[in-house]
Design a protein around this ligand. Sequence first.
Ligand code: NI
Length: 189
Amino acid sequence: MTVRPILSIGHPTLRVRATEVTREDIATPAIQGLIDDLIDTMRHANGSGIAANQIGEPVRIMVMEVDRNPRYPYKPPIPLTVAVNPRFEPLDDETVTINEGCLSVPLRGELVRSVNLRVSYTDRHGAYHERFLRGLTAGTYQHECDHLDGVLVVDRIDSRTLSTWEQFDRYHRDAFVRRITKFVAEVGS
Ligand code: NI
């Protein structure tokens, strides 16, 4: 269990398409240790999720967890989720504009995410899951899947909305939190 350094935008590993993890490899000490490190690193940085590329390991593993997150106080809770080889498909055309940040990027800004997803992944014990995710939780899932494809938020953000966290807090947070709190109440996640 180790808090690992998080790579910043510009590091080539953030732009790599991560490789699939085989069923046999999931149980190995290397992969189980990597999962533990992802959880520790995410919690230490107050992230709502992190993908293995972000700590320099381009394999298809991501973790998510939200429990009264100080970095994203408007996000509804997400139980700790470890997703190996995660996949998703939007269930319909409904979208939401979210102001997103990323542990690997010093800016945040507005982008469009699907609201309703069918997702599938294997957990750290090798069990396969199929679930439906909605709302901001679905957004977080899409964000972490993007990382595993070498895609960063800046590729999707409307560049005119890019902002430092300081300027977001000063000029944009209140309006965004009002709008997104209403959205979370409507969709329930
Ligand atoms: Ni990120």
